[in-house]
Design a binder for this molecule. Structure first.
Ligand SMILES: [Zn+2]
Length: 247
């Protein structure tokens, strides 16, 4: 296939996937950039115009919010008026894939309001089909320009995976499914210098940033078109600071 046909096919596939999402989810709720009159008619003004930002500006918003949170000067949020403004739609400036650990709470950690963050949480903050699909929705339908994979120190899910592999035991219930998803990161750092758990937590973030970036066709193409950045950070339990490790 010649390069032009290849690019046209990809553009067509991307258009189809957006149309498919539109059919599935109904009317566009925020400033999604689509071509064609039919799609344009379905656009509505974003409820939070201040959230229509570049990927780099979105990262700055996150990190400024984290600084306020660390310093103990989080903003007071007027949830009553925010609720009312968001009845008709949403345009979050960042998607966060974080651990389910009760101490993390991305909305607090980034001092954000309602409608600012599109958050998926699972113990061990790994990307699977469901979390990738959720982020696809955020990017394709809500024009979210940034995704952050957010790990944290002393992660119980990574620690349990590491212990299960070391002792060669099978955890009860559905936990083996979680272990399976985190195992590649633990194996990748085996025998490396430094603390095994810290290294595995870090590797798990790096791996899942790569997984989201290369998830075809929606996320990978948004990255290629520079409409989306996928970054990774680690939340420190002691002071709440988020250290960027992939950006
Ligand atoms: Zn955790």
């Amino acid at each position: 296939m010649c390069k032009i046909c290849h690019l046209e096919n990809r553009a067509h596939r991307a258009q189809l996937s957006r149309r498919g999402l539109l059919r599935f989810f109904g009317t566009v709720t925020a400033g999604v950039v689509l071509t064609g009159t039919a799609d344009a008619k379905e656009m509505k003004a974003p409820p939070k115009p201040q959230n229509v930002v570049s990927p780099d500006a979105a990262l700055e918003l996150l990190m400024d919010g984290n600084e306020r949170y660390v310093d103990g000067i989080s903003r007071r949020h007027d949830f009553k008026h925010e609720r009312e403004a968001l009845v008709g739609g949403q345009n979050p400036y960042a998607g966060i894939l974080s651990c389910a650990d009760s101490r993390i709470a991305p909305e607090y950690a980034f001092d954000s309001g309602r409608g600012d963050l599109f958050v998926c949480r699972v113990a061990g903050n790994f990307a699977n089909s469901d979390t990738i699909a959720s982020m696809e929705y955020a990017v394709a339908m809500l024009s979210t320009p940034l995704i952050m994979v957010l790990g944290h120190d002393s992660c119980g899910a990574v620690s349990a995976t590491s212990k299960s592999l070391k002792d060669n035991t099978t955890l009860p219930g559905h936990l083996p499914s979680l272990v399976k998803s985190i195992t590649p990161a633990v194996n990748a750092v085996a025998g490396k210098p430094g603390d095994l758990l810290d290294n595995a937590i870090r590797q798990n973030v790096i791996d899942n940033v790569a997984k989201l970036k290369t998830a075809t066709p929606i996320l990978s193409e948004a990255v290629e078109q520079r409409k989306l950045k996928v970054v990774g950070g680690i939340y420190k339990l002691r002071n709440g600071r988020i250290d960027m490790i992939v950006w």
